[in-house]
Ligand binder design. Sequence first.
Ligand SMILES: C[S@@+](CC[C@H](N)C(=O)[O-])C[C@H]1O[C@@H](n2cnc3c(N)ncnc32)[C@H](O)[C@@H]1O
Length: 226
Amino acid sequence: MNTFDAIQKHYNAAGVHPTTDPDNPRSQFAVERYEDYLPKLIKPSMRALDLGCNAGRFTFAMEEMGAIATGIDFAEIPLRHAKKVAQKRKSRCQFNIGDITALPYKENAFDLALLPENNVYLSYQALENLTVQLKRILSDNGLFVVIIHDGLVKRAGEETLPERYDVQTGLIGGIRAIPDKGVYANPTYFWTIAFTRYIIEKHLPLEKVEQIEENRFMLVFRNQNG
Ligand SMILES: C[S@@+](CC[C@H](N)C(=O)[O-])C[C@H]1O[C@@H](n2cnc3c(N)ncnc32)[C@H](O)[C@@H]1O
């Protein structure tokens, strides 16, 4: 099974959990971490895209901050839940099924794209491809906001890492037990802050870096077509 299929299968099996369900207050910790940062980037009626939205907690949060928000994810089960929550709340959020490395959007469709810690599911080439697509999909002066941690800082000393790490691709094999469902492959890629910056800056200039926590950073890139 390739990485793409394994990640999709994993998130469909994981489904929706109290800690990821936007309808459950227990899921909000993930958004609250950025309450001093994200609202400052969202302007009223800005068109915002949540890349890898799962059940939509960041999509709904961006709508609450004033954006016209869209979420995209390739896992159908959490996305279906996001649509139900939107209906129940009479939210204007849109949810699209799709691959974030092959975005189904036209030129100038969004003013901001948010990648909240989902870069670990992207290969190095895939993040570069995504960035190149965003140059076209984002409006002039549109923002690409990437929230990441540094893999080296996080994983230094992890004993089993060397045997799970593929030096040729940066892919780290992993498995996760999902209660009542079984054991699923959970492959991720090894990323550092410097390498993420290097890849995206080849195409979009970096505007600022916010350090949210000791090892959690928000990188803001601006699209400048002019
Ligand atoms: C850790 S979850 C984060 C979800 C969401 N940001 C949140 O905080 O609830 C990662 C999500 O990215 C999605 N994802 C990973 N790779 C993807 C891809 N290539 N295309 C679309 N979605 C993807 C997964 O299906 C999963 O829902």
